[in-house]
Design a protein around this ligand. Structure first.
Ligand SMILES: [Zn+2]
Length: 166
């Protein structure tokens, strides 16, 4: 048994964006569930300790908690290898369910916009080659009103709740 559930329609492969990525093996319909992220619920301190050995393999699920694998043996089955794109085809429902935001063709790489899940101080140079690429992605991009309206309904729950409360 693996920690994370992957649809039989997707597989991990080498990515042109970064390292390995997830790809559609066959067409995926809009709103279809493609990944359910699993793992252990981790505090920030636990996450920081785990990531020394495993690298980034978790996602944030509340203001203070994360979910992901804790050992090297669990890493492959727990990690999504979901790359960032400024023009993503997946979004979230809740915190761990990833759905197609549009129809996805066979062969397409699956990605999210890290603005949908992240609320942490960092900066990352983006080479996603989307027409609207932000070039530099930060851990606070969810605060951008244009991004908020573009992904409305597809942010992770704790970020969506903040946006809805504004
Ligand atoms: Zn980009």
């Amino acid at each position: 048994m693996e920690l994370t559930w992957f649809s039989a329609k997707i597989e991990k492969r080498q990515s042109a964006i970064h390292g390995r990525g997830l790809f559609a093996r066959q067409a995926i319909a809009r709103d279809e569930i493609v990944i359910v992220k699993g793992g252990y619920v981790l505090t920030e301190a636990q996450r920081d300790a785990v990531s020394i050995a495993l690298g980034p393999a978790e996602i944030q699920i509340t203001e203070d908690l994360f979910i992901g694998p804790t050992t090297r043996a669990e890493r492959e089955g727990g990690m999504m290898h979901l790359n960032h794109s400024c023009e993503p085809n997946l979004g979230l429902q809740g915190q761990i369910v990833f759905v197609a935001m549009r129809e996805i063709a066979a062969g397409e790489e699956l990605n999210i916009d890290y603005a949908m899940t992240d609320d942490e101080p960092y900066e990352m140079v983006c080479g996603c080659e989307a027409e609207n690429c932000r070039k530099v992605v930060t851990g606070f991009d969810w605060k951008d009103p244009e991004i908020q309206s573009r992904y409305n309904g597809y942010f992770t729950w704790f970020i969506q709740r903040r946006i809805d409360g504004e």
